[in-house]
Design a protein around this ligand. Structure first.
Ligand SMILES: [Zn+2]
Length: 231
């Protein structure tokens, strides 16, 4: 039932140059405005807000223009996506036989940065791009059930994990009364953390292919990858 009113909808993904984009959806007779937070400039958004949704609201911008649920916006976008979608008839096995393990950082567009197309690779992401047991689980399935052979690890500059310590766990325990089973995997030296990640992949007994494992640091300012020597 989402009614759409789009002032200046960009044809592609959000780019910086154009005027602010406003999404409007109707939800239970309320109207909510979504202001693309990535769009710049963020000024001169005029809105006519009649009501607000109550959960998972996008924070109001400096303009005071409001908000709705971000999930509504995603669902709305999906309707457009599906309307133009045709089944590409792909196999689940990645075309390039590669699995990419990367940080979840919002500034890292893996497909664009690596020239990847839909169907080319597995992408496994978490906070830090850390090779945890669960990443090994995914890599094992990727290799043994879905035919990948190469592993690419990508950390990046300015990672949030550089500003955390294992004290994070302690503080959590103090707050909620339960110590998390997982490590924070905070780090100070991103190069060293990439090396450790490569080592964890190479020494995993579960993986079939550990000869082509390479690690990189993505520079969020330049978009360039810098390869890390495993030694
Ligand atoms: Zn990160």
């Amino acid at each position: 039932m989402a009614g759409r009113f789009e002032g200046n909808h960009p044809s592609g993904s959000g780019s910086g140059g154009g005027p602010p984009t406003v999404w409007v959806t109707s939800q239970q007779a309320h109207v909510a405005f979504f202001v693309r937070s990535h769009s710049r400039p963020r000024s001169s958004v005029t809105s006519n807000v009649m009501g607000m949704t109550t959960s998972a609201s996008v924070p109001a911008g400096p303009e005071g223009a409001i908000v709705g649920t971000v999930t509504d916006r995603l669902v709305d976008a999906n309707e457009q996506y599906a309307a133009a979608f045709t089944d590409p008839g792909m196999d689940a096995r990645p075309v390039l036989r590669v699995a990419v393990v990367a940080c979840m950082d919002a500034r890292l567009d893996l497909h664009a940065a690596l020239g990847l197309e839909l169907g080319d690779c597995h992408t496994i992401r978490n906070a830090g791009g850390v090779v945890t047991d669960d990443v090994i689980r995914s890599l094992t399935i990727s290799q043994r059930a879905l035919g990948t052979r190469s592993v690419v690890l990508i950390h990046h500059t300015g990672c949030g994990l550089e500003s955390l310590t294992e004290e994070f766990r302690h503080d959590l325990e103090m707050e909620v009364g339960q110590r998390p089973a997982w490590a924070v995997e905070a780090f100070r030296d991103v190069d060293q953390d990439v090396r450790q990640s490569m080592q964890r992949v190479r020494t995993s007994p579960f993986l079939l292919h550990t000869d082509d494992v390479r690690g990189f640091v993505f520079d969020v300012k330049t978009g360039l990858l810098r390869e890390i020597d495993p030694a």
